[in-house]
Design a protein around this ligand. Structure first.
Ligand code: SF4
Ligand code: SF4
Length: 119
């Protein structure tokens, strides 16, 4: 009898799952998503490159391309880079829908002095 009661209770309950991707996903607080760089704060100190366990970051120290190259397809979203940055120039966003058809689109070049956090 209690089994029948339990079955009826479960049938009447709202499902705990969601219809993602047909409805927005639920982003839990503190989710570590894609890191982005604020190059107006970056001093090219190389600490983020050294902290990255998957070699997803390369710093270019000089020249017209000076800045940070970031390979999204190598990143494991550990946030070690942000923790290591003394200037708080790396922001860990909650962006998690990061798939792409081309790996070339997953390479970001942040140039020194740029305030924007774009590709
Ligand atoms: S989040 Fe982790 S893996 Fe991704 S770039 Fe930063 S240190 Fe590297
Ligand atoms: S983002 Fe931060 S840790 Fe990385 S080079 Fe710039 S200042 Fe240094």
């Amino acid at each position: 009898m209690s089994l029948l009661k339990e079955a009826i209770k479960q049938v009447l309950k709202k499902p705990v799952t969601i219809k993602y991707p047909f409805e927005p996903g639920i982003v839990p607080p503190g989710l570590r998503g894609k890191p982005i760089w604020d190059m107006s704060k970056c001093v090219l100190c190389v600490l983020c490159q050294n902290a990255c366990p998957t070699s997803a970051i390369k710093m270019i120290p000089k020249g017209p391309d000076a800045g940070i190259i970031y390979w999204l397809d190598r990143c494991i979203f550990c946030a070690e880079c942000a923790d290591a940055c003394p200037k708080k120039a790396i922001i860990i966003t909650n962006e998690f829908e990061l798939a792409d058809f081309s790996r070339a689109n997953m390479i970001y070049h942040y140039k020194k002095g740029e305030a924007s956090q774009k590709k």
